[in-house]
Design a protein around this ligand. Sequence first.
Ligand SMILES: Nc1nc2c(c(=O)[nH]1)N[C@H]1C(S)=C(S)[C@@H](COP(=O)(O)OP(=O)(O)OC[C@H]3O[C@@H](n4cnc5c(=O)[nH]c(N)nc54)[C@H](O)[C@@H]3O)O[C@H]1N2
Ligand SMILES: Nc1nc2c(c(=O)[nH]1)N[C@H]1C(S)=C(S)[C@@H](COP(=O)(O)OP(=O)(O)OC[C@H]3O[C@@H](n4cnc5c(=O)[nH]c(N)nc54)[C@H](O)[C@@H]3O)O[C@H]1N2
Ligand code: SF4
Ligand SMILES: [Mo]
Length: 740
Amino acid sequence: MTTLADKISQLPLLSLIHQRDGRLTRELLQEPGGFGLGQVPSRLKPDSTTNMVCGFCSTGCGLKIHLREGEAVNLSPSTDHPVNLGMACPKGWEALSVLDSPDRAATPLLRNSRGTMEPVSWDAAMQEFVRRMKAVQAEHGPHSVAFISTGQMPTEEMALLGSLAKFGMGILHGDGNTRQCMATSVVAYKQAFGFDAPPYTYADFEESDALIFVGSNPCIAHPIMWERVMRNPHSPEIIVIDPRMTETAMCATQHLAIKPKSDQSLLYAIARILIKNNWLDQAFLDASTEGFAEFAEFVEPFDLARAVTDTGLQAEQIERLAKTIHERQRVSFWWTMGVNQSYQGVRTAQAIINLALMTGNIGRPGTGANSITGQCNAMGSRLFSNTTNLLGGHDFTNPAHRQKIAGILQIDESLIPTQNSWAYHEIMEGILSGKIRALWVICTNTAHSWINQHVAREMLDRLDFLVVQDMYHTTETAQLADMVLPAAGWGEKEGTFINSERRFGVLKKVRKAPGQALSDFNIFKLVSHYWGCDSLFDRWNAPADVFETLKECSKGTPCDFTGIEDYHAIDAQGGIQWPCPAGSGIPAQERRLFADGVFYRENGRAKFLFEAPRPMPEAPTREYPFILLTGRGSASQWHTQTRTSKSAVLRKLYPEQPFVEINPVDARAMSIRPNEWIDVASQRGQMRVMALITPAVAAGQLFIPMHYEATNRLTDAVFDPYSKQPSYKACAVRVLRLNS
Ligand SMILES: Nc1nc2c(c(=O)[nH]1)N[C@H]1C(S)=C(S)[C@@H](COP(=O)(O)OP(=O)(O)OC[C@H]3O[C@@H](n4cnc5c(=O)[nH]c(N)nc54)[C@H](O)[C@@H]3O)O[C@H]1N2
Ligand SMILES: Nc1nc2c(c(=O)[nH]1)N[C@H]1C(S)=C(S)[C@@H](COP(=O)(O)OP(=O)(O)OC[C@H]3O[C@@H](n4cnc5c(=O)[nH]c(N)nc54)[C@H](O)[C@@H]3O)O[C@H]1N2
Ligand code: SF4
Ligand SMILES: [Mo]
């Protein structure tokens, strides 16, 4: 039998590209930066090193790439990079090895009439792509085609995709996997501060004398941020608010193992204690905030007794935390997915922000209401992907903003949609209702990571045309696709990422992409060419050109980076944080926001926002008595594992079999033995897992990492009403023993 790999190897490499008008397509097959497939990058000397940022998590560690004849052969963490100071986690160390894998997508693939995937030329793929997308639009209207993008591509690629889709292809609905991750923080910050602006710098990890982590497990998810905490010389209190005894909680001085989704009750009770004792920064409240009196009135009923009932904590634990916040001089609050991925995530995040505001813990070293981002370029996606907002944090519904962006891009203003896109779940539901008929999925793995997979798969199956653009042709989503477009990955292309502390870092091409895989940038350029809208993007021949345009878009906004000259300037500085307006001189290496107490809202004040907590949408019942928590399982696994499972080193560092953490009390009650295979079932699906008996999870709760394909068969598709972020972290499940 001829395998797909055989067929790919039989394809002549470049001759399959039909030179429609010669010049353009040939150029697109040359990677930006002046070197083509198989050639050595001209400006990198052989047998030298070069620096770039890591492409996994949002920490943005600097990696020194060792080159032989211009090709990366090894890497080590950069010792002079301000983020990681010579450290890297296992994923960073293995970043190059995951690129070499037999399942890399090396040529476009098209599903044939027998239902199997056939390698085809770029020309055939592009013609088919355009023919079918346009046919869907002709039959069902322009908005029946949608796209889903990512927080893991360079900013310039996201901006090109968002602009191509929305200004060139007439697509209205496009969202990113950042909806699964960051949407809550975006909305929380916008409402409270007036702009999506995480205020901190990593030096704050070292300068705090109390760090409070809410729903955040940096030991596993952000190991190098955690290393920065470990360097803190101030004997800080480390407080972890997490239902589980996580690796981070084990290192904490206070662990508040709250009942899942009771954070608001706890945070409001703490606010009430601070108010009752007058442990407030009145001067800051008067000068820089709005709505405190209403907030003080609102928290009145959230007394200690109520908090004890709601959270399952002891009164002394809650009082001790309030006292710590009062007594310590530099208190920083950090939150991640335990807050964001909730049906009431926005108000929970704002309950954290409120504590920082009322105690004046913002704008000073070692303080802040700090959302930690997730993916390497989550921040780039939040500001420049043209999905939830118009390039540079602008608003699609604002005529002045549309005019500004149209002017900068030199395009007709009427090409810019005047409405916002549907959110991810609305796009998915649109498939179910027949309004969305074709979907283009770029750099994300919907058929594993989206909530409630049973329904998600059904939705993807209904599409007339599903295109997946990925590094690997084996992802769960690629296997459902009608067409796979082979993409270059980290290390095989250029651009910039923005990390969690708003720092731009540079990505470089130090490896050839396999076969005919192209950078996403060049795939988007090819699409624009075949679609017939390439004149819109005439000025964008390489990522650096987009960077220049985005700079202009950012002018006058809070994320203004007009002062960053080019990629070389970013490199020379070890990354540059926004804001960095032109004329501001060479920026300091570590900068935080709001040092002047002025926020981005019109009146310059931060706003207190609050709302009564709501009951868990799917509370445990007699039939489904456990609460299932999901999240990151180990520092060596990345999400849906398309990348990390390709490294033999990383594979040794994590349990290959899906497992569930279960408390010894529950295990004993059901006579479950260690490592026994059991089934965990929710109302929506079932999953076979190995029992890991551990007191790290409380009785009545279970934890399953998100890295296994079946985890999201269990989760419940409910969403925060403001951010529309999925509530991945809590649903009701039961345990079934196999042989009982
Ligand atoms: N190794 C590794 N690192 C990663 C990633 C990865 O896949 N692997 N992914 C990256 C990405 S995109 C992201 S978004 C981040 C995520 O980083 P984190 O948010 O730190 O990781 P999670 O494990 O998803 O969730 C954090 C914690 O929330 C807790 N939690 C659940 N429910 C509640 C609740 O109701 N209240 C509170 N207070 N806590 C709760 C869980 O027990 C869990 O320990 O990690 C990034 N880093
Ligand atoms: N149950 C549960 N589910 C969750 C979560 C949870 O905590 N619990 N967390 C959610 C969160 S926070 C997140 S961020 C999502 C992550 O979910 P996904 O985004 O689906 O996860 P990844 O595995 O990172 O998928 C990225 C895909 O892009 C491909 N890729 C990598 N680099 C490139 C590139 O440069 N170009 C192209 N075209 N493709 C590339 C990879 O091969 C991979 O298939 O999962 C969410 N799902
Ligand atoms: S901590 Fe994050 S950015 Fe740093 S090496 Fe690990 S995955 Fe890469
Ligand atoms: Mo994420």
